[in-house]
Design a protein around this ligand. Structure first.
Ligand SMILES: *Cc1c(COP(=O)(O)O)cnc(C)c1O
Length: 380
């Protein structure tokens, strides 16, 4: 069956190509060019962030975060198992042990009430993941970090332009990481950013991003030559990609409004199934302003979820699920993480189904999808 409704479609604002050709005409297509700087200052202003550096991905921003916090082999870091591989890879690449903690059944975010019991002598950091653009309880997390002297690296890949208690996600911890992957709210195909909330880390971040050299200082005229001064890698995106991203960031709030209206259409139409006890829908705590990164439902169990996603697929609608919890994944097992008992993580990963979600999704398409979900439950 040919797909009628895809799962995701990256939004195009219409100015991407114009800015990309400007970047090429500027003859500065490597990193740190005019558009990179424009993206960084636009976000710093919009999110009241101290310092933001564009990176090639959220994955590389997380890797930089781990280096900046001076985490070392043998250290432990607390994170959810219900996340993308990159959160844990940033640790495992450096010989650091991921310590998985269960999630809250409502937001699917790290359960802050379970963190303290997981802290031991080797614990050096917490990596909260703001699932679906809904903030973790950063008050409790920052309080624990203060009490035990831990760094906090926010995986805000899905949380760009969302807030917890009037603070933008990514700007609350020691460091934060954004993603501009094709599947995220604002995209340049591949891309990311590191948010640096600790003044003392800015200079080293610039060096790590430039292959361990002080080239950024050189570009500012602060040194007369640049050289190898630290470890590092190539974490700097081309200005061509930054140009494309700038077109998206200019539409920061317009994109948010479009996503909000899709989210609300889904909520309204599926509410009757919640009332009848068939499904659960996303929960938005009052202290959070979401960016409507995704819309999902929770079916009652794995077999119903499988049947529902097959029903939708037969009708040409692609609904997908994630994540295989990291502690149960082949790599997680190889690392010996499979012993943790994370009942909420296991349940959510079996019950969650993500519905098609993108700016251009029309009301008629949302109707079609929701009618099919209602039809499924009418016959089950
Ligand atoms: C998308 C995502 C990433 C990875 O982002 P990239 O920019 O593709 O590296 C990391 N963590 C989470 C939670 C994500 O959703």
């Amino acid at each position: 069956m040919k797909l009628k409704i895809p799962f995701n479609k990256a939004f195009v604002t219409g100015r991407e190509l114009e800015y990309i050709s400007q970047a090429i005409e500027n003859s500065h297509t490597s990193g740190n060019g005019e558009f990179s700087k424009k993206c960084q200052s636009l976000m710093q202003d919009a999110f009241s962030a101290h310092k933001i550096l564009l990176t090639t991905s959220c994955t590389s921003a997380l890797e930089m975060g781990v280096l900046l916090c001076d985490l070392a082999p043998g250290d432990e870091v607390i994170l959810p198992s219900f996340t993308f591989a990159s959160t844990a890879n940033a640790l495992v690449l450096r010989g650091i042990t991921p310590r998985f903690v269960d999630i809250r059944p409502d937001t699917k975010n790290l359960d802050e009430s379970l963190i303290e019991a997981a802290i031991c002598e080797r614990t050096k950091a917490i990596m909260p993941v703001h699932y679906a653009g809904v903030g973790c309880d950063m008050d409790t997390i920052m309080q624990l970090a203060g009490k035990y002297d831990l760094s906090v690296i926010e995986d805000a890949a899905q949380g760009v332009n969302a807030e917890f208690k009037n603070k933008f996600l990514g700007t609350i911890g020691t460091l934060g990481a954004y993603s501009f992957h094709e599947t995220k709210n604002y995209s340049s195909g591949e891309g990311g950013a590191l948010i640096i909330n600790n003044e003392d880390m800015i200079e080293r971040a610039e060096i790590l991003r430039e292959k361990g050299t002080n080239r950024t200082k050189f570009a500012r005229g602060e040194v007369d030559k640049y050289t190898w001064v630290d470890i590092g890698s190539s974490y700097l995106p081309s200005d061509i990609l930054a140009a494309s991203l700038y077109a998206q960031l200019e539409a920061l709030d317009d994109i948010n409004e479009m996503r909000k209206s899709v989210f609300q259409m889904y909520s309204d139409r599926l509410q009757p199934l919640v009332a009848e006890g068939f499904i659960e829908l996303p929960y938005l705590p009052e202290e959070c302003r979401t960016n409507y990164h995704m819309f999902y439902l929770l079916a009652s169990d794995l077999s119903v979820r499988t049947a529902l996603s097959e029903h939708l697929r037969e009708k040409g609608i692609l609904a997908v699920f994630h994540y295989v919890p990291l502690h149960n994944s082949p790599m997680g097992k190889k690392l010996g993480c499979g012993v943790e008992r994370l009942p909420i993580t296991d349940q959510v990963s079996e019950r969650l189904l993500r519905l098609p979600f993108y700016c251009d999704l029309t009301e008629a398409e949302v109707d079609t999808i929701c009618d099919e979900i209602h039809a499924f439950y009418a016959s089950h």
